[in-house]
Design a protein around this ligand. Sequence first.
Ligand SMILES: Nc1ncnc2c1ncn2[C@@H]1O[C@H](COP(=O)(O)OP(=O)(O)OP(=O)(O)O)[C@@H](O)[C@H]1O
Length: 257
Amino acid sequence: MQEKIVTGKDIAERMKNVKHKIAVTSGKGGVGKSTVAALLAVHYARKGYKVGIFDADFLGPSIPKLFGVEDKAKELIIRESGVSPVYSEKYGIKILSIQFMLPSKESPVIWRGLAINTALRSFLGSVDWEELDYLIFDTPPGTGDAILTVMDFVDLDGLIMVTIPQELSAQIVEKAINMAKKMDTDVLGIVENMSYFECTKCGERYYLFGKSRAVELARKYDIDLIAEIPYDMELLDLAERGRIEDYEVDYFEYFYI
Ligand SMILES: Nc1ncnc2c1ncn2[C@@H]1O[C@H](COP(=O)(O)OP(=O)(O)OP(=O)(O)O)[C@@H](O)[C@H]1O
């Protein structure tokens, strides 16, 4: 049987009842991009909006783990009309991840290039989100195929760039900002993660990774610095236990989209 090729029109049809679409990306891997995408989704969900997360991070899909829904793949409902996402426990955030398509959570994803592009398009064209106020895309780090495909096929409100206070991370974010410009996609803001660690006993701040370039980047490109998130053991603990929805601090209080 020949597989149907998903077109931009099919994807636009899927997205037509999604009001806002925001992609979260980063320069380097492991800087907390998925965590930021999850916290943004929780922020909107707490305000009563209908929210979805599309985990398009083919290299390290971690959204299901953050929300404790790794074992819910079997609950995915595949109908003629499309794939229905699973729901997070506390706020009913709709979640779809590449991880749900893997035989086990330890399975690596070894697709690349064209295969990533094709698989991503096929997902984008088959998920039945119904109505959403916000759809957050967690994309792989860097300026690779997945983010380009998302920018090509989805009419995004824009990108949020996540960085840490490290020269290499800032450099790659700068590249990503320039890529977004070339693709005519707005950068909604920069989030600096793991900015500092605050001692819970004496309140002193330690700048673990050194000098921040987030403020400089924000100024240079006239982009908002949305948040500076500290290294927080409670956040780490909740993330590890799949309870990110229980983390109470809201770093997006002053972010309006
Ligand atoms: N502010 C923070 N405080 C403490 N731990 C954090 C913080 N942000 C992220 N982490 C932890 O750091 C690790 C990496 O975070 P995360 O998976 O969100 O990064 P990522 O950039 O999405 O990684 P990848 O490149 O694999 O997609 C996770 O264990 C996460 O719980």
